[in-house]
Design a protein around this ligand. Structure first.
Ligand code: HEC
Length: 162
């Protein structure tokens, strides 16, 4: 095989990089309104899941308790919870064009029941953030468990099973 010159190799690398950048931009900009809303909702829940999972690991004794880090996780969950409850379930995001959603139609059909679960969730995440600031792991545990129950309560009714 003929060895390619350095400049030829760099052009090949550059073209590769450009196509990665272009395709990721196309992904972000070409989403329909419905897909963009679903992307937002799933992104927010992904953030919530990541931070909640990190706290869960401490609860199970699988990770060390670091009061500052724990407080930051709790704060992130509370903020993302606010974002997703207020902006993540707008009308028109019931189903996607290219993206799939696990959100059930009942969220929009039974708004009252859903809003109650969302309110319980918000209150629980605020309580968890407040308790986490005090830095007492034993006192945090029951508050964390109550918050975890609000995740399950909503998923059970309003999220499709995998
Ligand atoms: C008020 C309802 C509700 C509450 C409360 C709730 N979720 Fe969800 N969650 C959903 C719905 C609906 C979806 C599906 C979103 C979609 O696919 O569009 C979801 C999806 C997720 C996902 C998957 C995101 C992805 O990548 O697609 C994770 C992770 C998640 N939730 C974690 C949590 C955790 C952790 C909590 C509690 C701290 C929580 N959720 C509380 C309704 C809720």
């Amino acid at each position: 095989m003929k060895k390619r010159k350095i400049w030829q190799q760099s052009i090949a690398v550059m073209i590769g990089l450009i196509s990665i950048v272009v395709s990721s931009q196309t992904m972000a900009h070409n989403l329909s309104a419905a897909d963009s809303g679903i992307f937002y909702r799933q992104g927010a829940f992904h953030i919530i899941g990541t931070h909640f999972g990190a706290m869960g690991a401490v609860m199970k004794g699988k990770a060390d308790y670091d009061a500052t880090a724990f407080q930051e996780h709790a704060e992130a969950v509370s903020q993302a919870a606010n974002l997703v409850v207020n902006n993540g379930f707008v009308t028109g995001t019931e189903s996607g064009d290219k993206l799939e959603t696990e959100a059930k139609a009942d969220i929009w059909l039974e708004a009252k029941g859903f809003n109650q679960k969302a309110t319980n969730f918000l209150e629980a995440t605020v309580a968890l953030a407040e308790e986490s600031k005090k830095g007492d792991l034993e006192a945090i545990k029951p508050v964390f468990m109550s918050a975890a129950k609000t995740c399950k309560a909503c998923h059970k009714v309003y999220r499709e099973k995998d």
